[in-house]
Ligand binder design. Structure first.
Ligand SMILES: [Fe+2]
Ligand SMILES: [Fe+2]
Length: 378
């Protein structure tokens, strides 16, 4: 339920995540909570300074069960909060509060198929170190691929990883000579494992201290080394160990984009290109899906941070094709299979919604808050 789309006066009983607590001074000091669920964000009506104890125990990341009424202030929706209680963390349904890719099974099916069909027993064994570990699978399946950029959703890392594998495989068909397909797929599956230590997602998407201090590229290489060490004698040769680590360390492509080394093998080059393609395409698709960025226009109202400060354009035409139609089963007719306005049915990213009213100056602040800038490696 996207609260900002409800008419003023609508009463709701709903769980909401506290994204931010804004304390405002002036003649009438008050506090505003920025509240969110998976569908979007809405500010609360003011909590006045005369009632400070109402917010005792409420912190960013808290989840509140709220009884309230949607209202409007200066034509902008807000939520007048009546009764509320803090939901214990072990009772929170994060899928309803944070953006999510939804059903993970198709992605897991593809990732597991890749690793179980490896010809190389040593690469298969290395992948099993991670993907046969239930704890790793839970974290990897929930982790976002970024906190505010591409695939910033629960399950986003898994989706991005599968996209990278598919793109890499497609490019591999064009360059089959001298290419180790198993090594390329292993690199695709492992390239961003460091993100499960670099990000936290319960209570909202944030970069961890380790993510700030070391970055996911370094963390991923360290995780690989640790699991290899715990494996005992692996039978890996030194050159095999180096080839594998090289994939993880070089996948951002260039030193200025966070790669300690630049790609030096065909597998590393394809992995880097696939990683970038997945990240950039997702950022553009997510921007186009955000109606808030467009304000009813066909071009975004301002440059978009997740597009490296470019604007996005919803330019399209039917090019003489017949109008799109829906079949009885609800599927789009053949003429519209690949050309239907995709953004009409896509969920809008709360991250992007948040930026709709912010100036470029604030976008710069966002860059500082999210040090892993978009498109400097995915
Ligand atoms: Fe990465
Ligand atoms: Fe990536």
């Amino acid at each position: 339920m996207n609260l900002v789309e409800l008419p003023p006066g609508t009463r709701v009983e709903i769980s909401l995540l506290v994204v931010e607590i804004q304390s405002r001074g002036g003649d009438t000091p008050h506090t505003v909570l920025v509240l969110a669920n998976a569908a979007g964000q809405i500010p609360s009506a003011p909590f006045w300074a005369s009632e400070p104890s109402r917010l005792d125990g409420v912190t960013p990341g808290s989840v509140l069960r709220v009884s309230g009424t949607v209202s409007s202030y200066r034509r902008r929706p807000q939520l007048s909060v009546g009764r509320f209680s803090v939901v214990p963390p072990d009772q929170v349904d994060w899928e309803s509060l944070l953006p999510s890719i939804g059903d993970r099974r198709p992605c897991w099916s593809m990732a597991d198929q890749w690793r179980l069909q490896m010809d190389s027993p040593r690469l298969a064994a290395i992948l099993e170190l991670f993907f046969a570990d239930p704890e790793f699978r839970t974290a990897f399946g929930d982790c976002p691929a970024s906190t505010a950029g591409h695939h910033a959703r629960l399950g986003g890392l898994l989706l991005h990883t599968v996209e990278v594998g598919r793109i890499a495989l497609a490019m591999a068909e064009l360059h089959p000579h001298g290419l180790d397909r198993d090594l390329l797929l292993t690199g695709a599956l492992l390239h961003d494992i460091g993100k499960i230590e670099a990000y936290q997602w319960g209570g909202g998407f944030r970069v961890t201290v380790a993510g700030m201090a070391l970055g996911h590229v370094m963390l991923g290489a360290r995780m690989l080394e640790q699991r290899l060490a715990g494996m005992g004698p692996t039978g890996l040769t030194e050159i095999e160990r180096q080839l594998l680590l090289h994939l993880l360390l070089s996948h951002h492509g260039r030193l200025e984009f966070g790669a300690p080394v630049a790609p030096m093998t065909l597998e590393a080059e394809l992995l880097h290109l696939a990683d970038n393609a997945s990240a950039r395409a997702a950022s553009m698709a997510e921007a186009l899906a955000s109606s808030d960025l467009f304000g009813g226009e066909s071009i975004t109202l301002r440059p978009v941070w997740t597009l490296d400060r470019r604007r996005a354009w919803r330019g399209r035409s039917e090019w003489g094709r017949p109008p799109e139609r829906e079949t009885a089963a609800g599927h789009r007719g053949p003429a519209a299979v690949s050309h239907a306005a995709p953004w009409s049915g896509w969920p809008s990213s709360p991250v992007l919604q948040r930026e709709r009213c912010e100036s470029d100056r604030v976008a710069d602040r966002s860059l500082a808050e999210h040090p892993e800038a978009p498109h400097r490696g995915g």
